[in-house]
Design a protein around this ligand. Structure first.
Ligand SMILES: *[C@@H]1O[C@H](CO)[C@@H](O)[C@H](O)[C@H]1NC(C)=O
Ligand SMILES: *[C@@H]1O[C@H](CO)[C@@H](O)[C@H](O)[C@H]1NC(C)=O
Ligand SMILES: *[C@@H]1O[C@H](CO)[C@@H](O)[C@H](O)[C@H]1NC(C)=O
Ligand SMILES: *[C@@H]1O[C@H](CO)[C@@H](O)[C@H](O)[C@H]1NC(C)=O
Ligand SMILES: *[C@@H]1O[C@H](CO)[C@@H](O)[C@H](O)[C@H]1NC(C)=O
Ligand SMILES: *[C@@H]1O[C@H](CO)[C@@H](O)[C@H](O)[C@H]1NC(C)=O
Ligand SMILES: CC(=O)N[C@H]1CO[C@H](CO)[C@@H](O)[C@@H]1O
Length: 662
């Protein structure tokens, strides 16, 4: 009796299963029980075409009978939703140019129609108001070819996603499949056709999603295998099918070639040979393939040759840029030409911020540190003496003072020498002083002069070596944003004085600032710097250039005459509009005269000048000048010999029209 009872039970169970089991399969959709909605149609090849390559359209296709997915007999031990399994082959044809989109979705919905839904990202299923509303009861497995919708969960263009009630994916993965345990990226748009398997186990609530090229066997490991609670989404009776959409600018055609489905069973496998052919993609155009192959090879060859040529040229240029002699390697202040070239955009005219005595100055931004620099480019540097020159630059590069334009470094390129300085915002003192539309007030002028003297004091007395500036003048003084003076081009005059090695130094300087003894002996000294500074003092107060353009006017003489007539304040710059501190102005003017005395030994040292300017020492009466000078005459000259004994350098007078002759 027992076997019989068993048999009956078996029959009963079979009946039970068969009552809920159900399946269908379509190879092509010529005669199928499919409801087509919106723009969906079956083409003459039997392919289900959800969308054409037209902007802003949607298409829906559903199995025309709803399926009871709820397990009504469910007890607490039984699943609430039946298991199902489906397999379909789809193909996406992107536009010949421009991006494709937006995607297609396997859809389980309570209806086959979505009158309120929008296309584009919403795939013809939702609109911006009802997106993610739990009253939608729509479950979606999306095959999206456009990235980024709202939240970051699906930022990869070519991706699959599992969504409940809206377009924010609960699970999202870039399209891929597993082969021999390795994950391979897979471009759904490029593939001729894609086979997708979706299996849902009602008992464990695990959803498996697998994709592969439609001619490949089903990968054994699913791309997604995760718990998804879909029973909350499901109504009792649901339609199964597809939805697809195109967008404003992205319009792909979306096709389904075949579809099988099973409730409480495994979807019958699709037979690729029975499917309609995948729609042609752009790559299958009408020309013979071998012509394409030849064109391809030729193109590749040309490309390779061009690349080769490019790199050879680049390499050659690079080598040209950076041929270093051994000693150059050891210089900490040496810049790479490549960087300076880059910083100044190849020394283009628009980066030029000035033309000085020794060359042009370019503004630049160093690529490595993003700091602004001024690059002085001295053309035709000396062929010989570069090593000594570099040593000199290296030592000048160590000078650091707040009133100096710091030399950051240098670079030699062929015969050009490049000097890299701090970039100073407000330009040179003379450009401010002689600007018709701008007035430097007295306090600013006095502060600038004090700054210059501090810089000179550092050069003459505070640094480890005595550095003679040799070209103190208003155009060599730069003004920063806070109107502090920054003395530039120090030491350069000597470096740049002449090409041939000799033990005498030729006169370098600028007319109007050159001390008388310099024209006779040619020997620059700290007191010739003091002379030039004296001229600068007068220039800044009077707002007048040291020498008139006609050559008849000499600022020093003019101030001296007015001083002797007892009307020294007559020379003050009318632009100051009589707004100034008389005591300070008078001091500066008289100090200017004191510094510009013909005899070097009568001029004060820069240290003394500093003390006068700061009102630390009482300023001597003019009648006492001689007395004072005879005391301090030798200090400055002592350094001169030491400094001018080594001499080599560049930019000579003939290159600088503003410099005087010997
Ligand atoms: C289509 O529906 C009809 C009637 O419901 C059914 O007899 C037929 O088998 C269905 N065809 C397919 C391919 O499912
Ligand atoms: C589904 O489609 C088939 C074939 O077109 C048709 O015979 C059947 O009546 C349809 N069923 C429903 C419920 O529309
Ligand atoms: C579908 O019908 C077309 C003709 O209308 C035919 O050319 C095609 O082979 C058919 N496809 C299938 C899969 O039966
Ligand atoms: C539910 O159970 C009843 C009897 O308990 C049975 O008649 C019916 O077929 C079952 N329905 C399903 C869907 O299993
Ligand atoms: C969801 O949709 C229902 C019906 O359309 C509506 O009453 C409800 O306010 C919506 N909920 C939200 C959060 O928008
Ligand atoms: C889903 O995939 C896992 C892992 O491959 C497998 O163990 C499980 O049986 C699959 N479930 C279904 C319903 O196919
Ligand atoms: C991002 C998101 O919606 N995640 C949900 C996916 O589904 C599981 C289980 O249903 C939830 O726990 C997650 O919060």
């Amino acid at each position: 009796m027992a076997p019989k009872a068993m048999f009956r039970l078996l029959i009963f169970l079979t009946l039970l299963v068969s009552s809920t089991a159900f399946s269908f399969i379509f190879h092509g959709f010529n005669e199928s029980n499919i409801t087509l909605e919106a723009n969906a149609q079956v083409d003459n090849q039997g392919r289900l075409e959800l969308t054409r390559r037209e902007t802003n359209i949607v298409g829906h296709a559903f199995y025309n009978k709803s399926i009871n997915i709820h397990n009504k007999n469910a007890s607490s031990l039984q699943p609430k939703v039946f298991s199902f399994s489906t397999c379909f082959v789809f193909s996406i044809v992107s536009p010949s140019s421009g991006p494709g989109g937006f995607g297609l979705a396997f859809t389980i919905a309570p209806s086959t129609q979505f009158p309120e839904a929008d296309g584009g990202h919403l795939l013809g299923l939702f609109n911006s108001d009802n997106d993610m509303n739990s009253s939608n009861h729509i479950f979606v497995v999306e095959f999206d070819t456009v990235n980024g919708y709202k939240d970051a969960t699906d930022t990869v263009g070519n991706h699959v996603g599992v969504n409940k009630n809206g377009m924010s994916s609960n699970i999202s993965e870039p399209a891929a499949y597993y082969k021999d345990g390795k994950k391979e990226e897979f471009n759904m748009e490029k593939a001729d056709a894609v086979c997708a398997w979706i299996e849902y186990d009602g008992e464990t609530e695990i959803l498996n999603l697998t994709i592969a090229s439609y001619l490949e066997p089903k990968p054994s490991k699913p791309l997604i295998s995760e718990a998804v609670d879909i029973k909350s989404v499901m109504k009792e009776s649901m339609f199964f099918g597809f939805s697809a959409s195109t967008g404003e600018s992205k319009a792909s055609a979306h096709y389904i070639l075949g579809w099988s489905f099973a409730l409480n069973g495994v979807a019958p496998p699709l037979d690729a040979s029975l499917l309609p052919k995948p729609p042609p993609k752009e790559k299958d155009s009408h020309s013979f393939p071998w012509i394409k192959v030849i064109i391809g090879i030729l193109a590749a060859l040309t490309f390779t040759l061009l690349c080769l040529l490019f790199f050879v040229t680049l390499h050659k240029r690079y080598m040209e840029f950076e041929t270093l002699e051994d000693w150059e390697m050891d210089c900490p202040h040496r810049f790479r030409y490549k960087d300076l070239h880059l910083a100044t955009k190849g020394f283009i005219e628009s980066q030029k911020i000035g033309v000085g005595g020794f060359g042009s100055v370019y503004k630049g931004v160093l690529p490595s540190t993003r700091t602004e620099v001024a690059v002085k480019r001295i053309l035709r540097s000396p062929a010989q003496g570069m090593r000594e020159f570099a040593a000199e630059i290296e030592s000048l590069g160590r000078l650091r003072h707040k009133n100096l334009v710091n030399l950051q470094g240098w670079c030699k390129h062929k015969n050009d020498l490049l000097l890299v300085y701090d970039y100073i915002q407000n330009g040179s003192l003379d450009s401010l002083l002689f600007n018709k539309n701008f007035v430097l007030d007295w306090d600013q002028r006095f502060k600038i002069l004090k700054g210059v003297v501090a810089g000179l004091l550092y050069l003459h007395e505070e640094w480890e070596q005595v550095v003679i500036h040799r070209d103190v003048k208003s155009s060599n003084i730069l003004i920063d944003v806070d109107f502090n003076a920054r003395l530039g081009d120090f030491g350069l005059a000597r470096l740049c004085s002449h090409d041939q090695v000799s033990h005498t130094t030729s006169v370098v300087g600028t007319i109007g600032y050159i001390a008388p003894e310099l024209t006779r002996t040619g020997k620059a000294s700290t007191s010739s710097d003091v002379y030039a500074f004296g001229v600068l003092l007068l220039e800044v107060v009077a707002g007048t250039r040291p020498v008139g353009s006609s050559g008849q006017f000499f600022l020093v003489d003019w101030v001296l005459e007015n001083c002797q007539l007892g009307q020294i304040l007559e020379v003050v710059d009318p632009k100051l509009d009589s707004v100034y501190d008389e005591e300070e102005v008078e001091l500066v003017l008289k100090l200017g005269l004191l510094c510009t005395q013909n005899k070097a030994e009568y001029r004060p040292s820069i240290e003394q000048v500093t003390r006068y300017l700061n009102f630390d020492d009482p300023f001597p009466d003019i009648s006492d000048w001689r007395y004072y000078d005879s005391q301090s005459s030798t200090t400055s000259l002592g350094f001169t010999e030491a400094m001018s004994s080594s001499s080599y350098s560049l930019a000579s007078i003939e290159r600088n029209p503003m410099s005087s002759g010997r």
